[in-house]
Design a binder for this molecule. Structure first.
Ligand code: DX5
Ligand code: ZN
Length: 219
């Protein structure tokens, strides 16, 4: 992690009870979530459909926690502006959805890049120099509630080493299967931030679950 900052905790709303979304968001806000993580799935890039900009807008109207939007969609360039207009503070897209026609969007401010567990870190090479953040998927994108893939730790370390060696500025976030144990492992491997979904939203006491991850993050 960066020397000057303690690791951040972002909370994914994907597995929250959508009939009580505002309430659940308030609870994690009060418990000290640093960011909210909103997963956008289009049924093409991943085999699931979640929600779109209107829900992002609704979420942003009930919270002051900064919103990180994770686009698991094809042709992300078509929608980025709408997600910013809806209240996203940052938008992350997948390297798998980039091509020669749209990859320049990564040079925009407040854009991050993500990659699935089967994509070599080297695929990020052309972009790392100007990337603000890298979201390492520690499960295959598409669903909450999956188990952390242990090999992700090597990928975090690889990115950490690249950043150190070349003096790049991107933040390293990790998404999928985060609980207090995996959160601590990610930080040890070099992560600046973890994204936790079902460990918090499916807990009997989500605020307590969040605090357990927070404690694990601070070592
Ligand atoms: C998976 C999503 C993740 C997910 C995390 O496609 O990108 O953000 O919501 O949820 P958990 O913590 O349940 O793996
Ligand atoms: Zn996500």
């Amino acid at each position: 992690m960066s020397a000057d900052k303690s690791p951040s905790l972002s909370v994914s709303v994907l597995n929250m009870d959508f009939t009580r979304l505002a309430e659940s968001i308030k609870a994690v806000e009060e418990a000290g979530a640093d960011f909210l993580h909103l997963d956008i799935m289009d049924g093409h890039f991943v085999d699931n459909i979640s929600f779109g900009p209107d829900i992002v807008k609704a979420v942003s109207s009930v919270t002051s926690v900064p919103i990180h939007t994770h686009l698991m969609i094809e042709n992300p360039e078509k929608f980025i502006e709408r997600f910013f207009e809806s209240g996203s503070d940052t938008v992350t897209l997948h390297v798998e959805t980039l091509n020669s026609g749209n990859s320049s969007i990564l040079r925009m401010n407040r854009i991050g890049v993500s990659l699935n567990p089967d994509i070599p870190v080297s695929r990020l090479e052309p972009y790392l120099e100007f990337s603000e953040s890298v979201l390492v998927m520690s499960v295959f994108a598409g669903f909450g509630g999956q188990e952390f893939i242990p090999e992700s730790l090597d990928r975090i370390s690889e990115l950490y080493r690249i950043r150190e060696t070349r003096n790049y500025g991107f933040r390293i976030s990790v998404d999928g299967g985060i609980n207090p144990v995996t959160a601590a492992e990610c930080v040890k491997a070099g992560a600046d931030e973890v994204v936790a979904g079902s460990y918090i939203s499916r807990a009997e006491d989500p605020a307590e679950a969040l605090k357990k991850i927070r404690t694990a993050l601070s070592g």
